[in-house]
Design a protein around this ligand. Structure first.
Ligand code: G6P
Length: 350
C-alpha cells in the first residue's frame, strides 16, 4: 500500500495532487464528447441526476448549461428522481454523473429514464453498470480513485460538463480556456503549506459555514461536504444570499465562514455578505483573486487564486484549496482521511 501511495501519507492527498493531470487526460476525450454532442438534437430540457460529490458537479452543470445554452436545466438527487419521472419526455436529455458507475440510486434512475428520454452517463469506471445502461457515455479519465472522498474525479466531471456545453454551443474559446486550467490548478496546489497552517488554526471549530453565489454556490456545498466527510466537523454550504434567511442566527465568533469570492458578477454581493458575518464576529477565510485587495483586507485568512480565473471556470480551481483544507483538518484531528467512518466509496444499496 505504501508503494501505491507513491510517497504520500494518504491516497486523498495523492489524488488531490493528481488533479491537474486528471483534467489533462480528460480533455483528451474532446473528440468523443463532440461525437456525442452531434447526436443530441432537439433538446428542450436538461436534467442532471447524481449523488454526493457527483451531485455537486451536476449543480455546476446547471449554471454552465443555462449560461451557455439557455436550456432550462434541473438537478435532481438520484434518490429523489422517481418523484419526477412523469415530467420526462423525448426532448429531455437526462445526464447521470457517477464516478463509480455503480451507485444504486443512480443506476435505478437510469433505468427509469431510458425509453422515456435521452440518457447520457458521465462515468469514471470503464465498463461499469452505468456505462451499459445509458444510451450515451462520456468517460472522465481520472484514473482509479481510492480515497472515499472524491477529489480528482470531481475536477474531471466538471471538465466533461464544460466540454459538453462548449461542444453543444459551438463555443471553442471555452476549450482554449480549459486547456490552461491544469497549470493553474497545479499552481493552486502550491498553496498547500499555507492552507495547512490555516487548517491547524481552525481544526477545533464545531461548525463551519461555506458561502458562495452563482457558480460558487456548488463550490460552497462541495467544500462543506469534503470537510464534514473527512474531518467530522459540522459544515454547511449555503448560497450567500440565503444567509439572512436563517443561518445568520448561528453566526458568532466561534463559527468560521469560508467565503468563495472569485471575480465576476457575484463578487460585490458576496463581499457584502462577508461584511455581514464579520460584523457578527466570525472569522472569515476567503478565496479570491490575488488582485482583490478589498477581499484580502476584510478577511482573516486569504487564499489568493490566479486572477485570470473568473467565476465561470472558478469551480475547477476554487474547490482545490477546499479539498486541501478538509484533508489537513482531517489529519490535524487524527482522522484517517482515506477511510472516514460510516462511509463507502461506492454505495450499492438504495
Ligand atoms: C459515495 C462516495 C462519494 C460519492 C458518492 C456518489 O457517497 O463516498 O464520494 O460522491 O458516493 O458516487 P458516484 O460513484 O455515483 O459518483
Amino acid at each position: 500500500e505504501m508503494a501505491e501511495k507513491s510517497g504520500y501519507d494518504h491516497f486523498t492527498i495523492k489524488e488531490i495532487h493528481e488533479g491537474p493531470n486528471a483534467i489533462r487526460e480528460t480533455l483528451r476525450e474532446l473528440n468523443e464528447v463532440k461525437k456525442v454532442a452531434k447526436k443530441l438534437k432537439n433538446i428542450k430540457r436538461i436534467c442532471f441526476v447524481a449523488c454526493g460529490t457527483s451531485y455537486h458537479a451536476s449543480l455546476v452543470g446547471k449554471y454552465v448549461f443555462e449560461k451557455l445554452l439557455g436550456i432550462p436545466t434541473d438537478v435532481i438527487l438520484a434518490s429523489e428522481f422517481k418523484y419526477s419521472v412523469k415530467t420526462l419526455d423525448k426532448n429531455t436529455l437526462v445526464i447521470f454523473i457517477t464516478q463509480s458507475g455503480e451507485t444504486a440510486d443512480t443506476i435505478s434512475a437510469i433505468r427509469m429514464a431510458k425509453n422515456k428520454s435521452k440518457t447520457l452517463a458521465i462515468v469514471n469506471v470503464v465498463g461499469s453498470t452505468a456505462t451499459r445502461e445509458a444510451e450515451y457515455v462520456i468517460y472522465t479519465r481520472a484514473g482509479p480513485e481510492i480515497g472515499v472522498a472524491a477529489t480528482k474525479t470531481y475536477l474531471t466531471q466538471l471538465t466533461c460538463i464544460y466540454m459538453l456545453a462548449a461542444s453543444l454551443s459551438g463555443k471553442d474559446e471555452i476549450i482554449d480556456s480549459l486547456k490552461k486550467i491544469p497549470e493553474i490548478v497545479k499552481n493552486t496546489i502550491k498553496l498547500e503549506n499555507k492552507i495547512k497552517k490555516i487548517s491547524e488554526k481552525y481544526k477545533d471549530a464545531h461548525d463551519v459555514f461555506f458561502i458562495g453565489r452563482g457558480f460558487s454556490y456548488p463550490t460552497a456545498l462541495e467544500g462543506a461536504l469534503k470537510l464534514k466527510e473527512i474531518s467530522y466537523i459540522h459544515a454547511e454550504g449555503y448560497a450567500a444570499g440565503e444567509l439572512k434567511h436563517g443561518p445568520l442566527a448561528l453566526i458568532e465568533e466561534n463559527v468560521p465562514v469560508v467565503s468563495i469570492a472569485p471575480p465576476g458578477e457575484s463578487y460585490d454581493k458576496t463581499l457584502g455578505n462577508i461584511e455581514e458575518v464579520k460584523a457578527r464576529g466570525s472569522k472569515v477565510i476567503a478565496l479570491g483573486s490575488k488582485n482583490n485587495k478589498d477581499l484580502k483586507e476584510i478577511s482573516d485568512e486569504f487564499i489568493p487564486i490566479d486572477p485570470s480565473v473568473d467565476e465561470f471556470l472558478s469551480p475547477l480551481v476554487y474547490i482545490v484549496p477546499l479539498q486541501l483544507f478538509a484533508y489537513y483538518t482531517s489529519v490535524g484531528r487524527g482522522i484517517d482521511p482515506d477511510k472516514p467512518r460510516n462511509l463507502a466509496k461506492s454505495v450499492t444499496v438504495e
